[in-house]
Design a protein around this ligand. Structure first.
Ligand SMILES: [Zn+2]
Length: 85
């Protein structure tokens, strides 16, 4: 099992990888996939972010950039430290 950061929300996403995973592959163990756009660019997105892309047209790199601009990066305990005092 490997993980890769989502290009939109930046959370670590588990992905199935390697020959061993082929034998017990399941969608529960994979939380994202590489999205290949028509312009040839590639993004790795978790399924949650992928669902937020427009589904009536082919998504473009601009759509991914827009979605990223609307999405706050997921940070572990990112705020508590800065709000003391
Ligand atoms: Zn994401």
């Amino acid at each position: 099992m490997a993980s890769e950061p989502c290009d939109v929300c930046e959370r670590e996403v588990r992905i199935a990888g390697g020959i061993g995973d082929l034998w017990n592959f399941s969608f529960e163990s994979t939380q994202g996939m590489t999205l290949e756009l028509t312009d040839g660019s590639e993004f790795f997105l978790c399924f949650e972010c992928m669902e937020r892309l427009p589904d009536d047209v082919e998504p473009t790199a601009q759509d991914v950039a827009d979605l990223r601009a609307r999405t706050d990066p997921v940070e572990e305990d990112g705020n508590s430290f800065w709000h003391w005092g």
